[in-house]
Design a binder for this molecule. Structure first.
Ligand code: HEM
Length: 175
């Protein structure tokens, strides 16, 4: 074979440097991704849940402590339905403009557009306010408030007079 026909071997591939800046960036990115996957996660601490609100019956004296004092939730009753108005503490809590309604049957006051003391049922041991002496305008106003409360607050119970059968039933169910 003539010299001129000798196979020409390809030039040896030039060894590429491994530690180029781009490789270093990619490597650190990879290392960071792996680290985020395997790093120990701190235990998840959930905020303390509020005590569960269970539908129950209240007599007027039982409702009374729920007036926002002593860090108590704020409840008020409208036509027998008890609303948890704690999120409206600014309105109904101690020092609020409607604090008289807290822990009480607010029906008459809402119907008459007055938060005066005389709107509240005096005798907590007696029958509930039937509102029967109120006129159509007052009842309409009350309905408006009730709708607003239905939209805004959770109903957590029912107001019943002392001696109501419902009190006994509820006590029996608890036992
Ligand atoms: C001097 C007159 C009054 C003024 C200037 C006044 C002002 C207000 C204001 C600014 C709000 C807040 C509205 C909102 O952000 O949703 C409010 C809500 C309320 N007002 Fe009055 N008010 C007055 C009279 C009354 C009266 C006489 C009653 C009695 C029934 C009353 C009962 C309420 C109630 C129940 C709420 C709703 C609070 C809630 O959303 O839980 N207000 N009032």
């Amino acid at each position: 074979m003539a010299d001129s026909e000798a196979p020409i071997s390809p030039p040896a591939a030039e060894a590429l440097p491994v530690f180029t800046p781009i490789n270093l960036v990619l490597l650190s990115l990879l290392a960071f991704l792996i680290y985020t996957r395997i790093r120990p996660k701190p235990p998840i601490v959930l905020p303390k849940a509020p005590p569960p609100t269970v539908f129950r019956v209240f007599t007027p004296p039982e409702l009374l402590p729920y007036n926002g004092t002593n860090h108590m939730p704020v409840y008020l009753a409208v036509r027998g339905k008890i609303f948890d108005v704690t999120s409206g503490r600014n309105f109904y809590g101690p020092g609020g403009p409607y604090e008289n309604f807290a822990g009480r049957d607010a029906s008459r006051g809402l119907a008459c557009g007055s938060f005066d003391e005389e709107m509240l049922t005096k005798d907590l041991e007696g029958p509930l306010d039937t509102l029967q002496d109120l006129g159509p305008e007052e009842m309409e106003a009350l309905q408006g408030w009730e709708e607003r409360f239905n939209d805004k607050y959770l109903i957590i119970g029912e107001l019943v007079p002392i001696g109501s059968e419902k009190v006994n039933k509820a006590k029996g169910a608890e036992a």
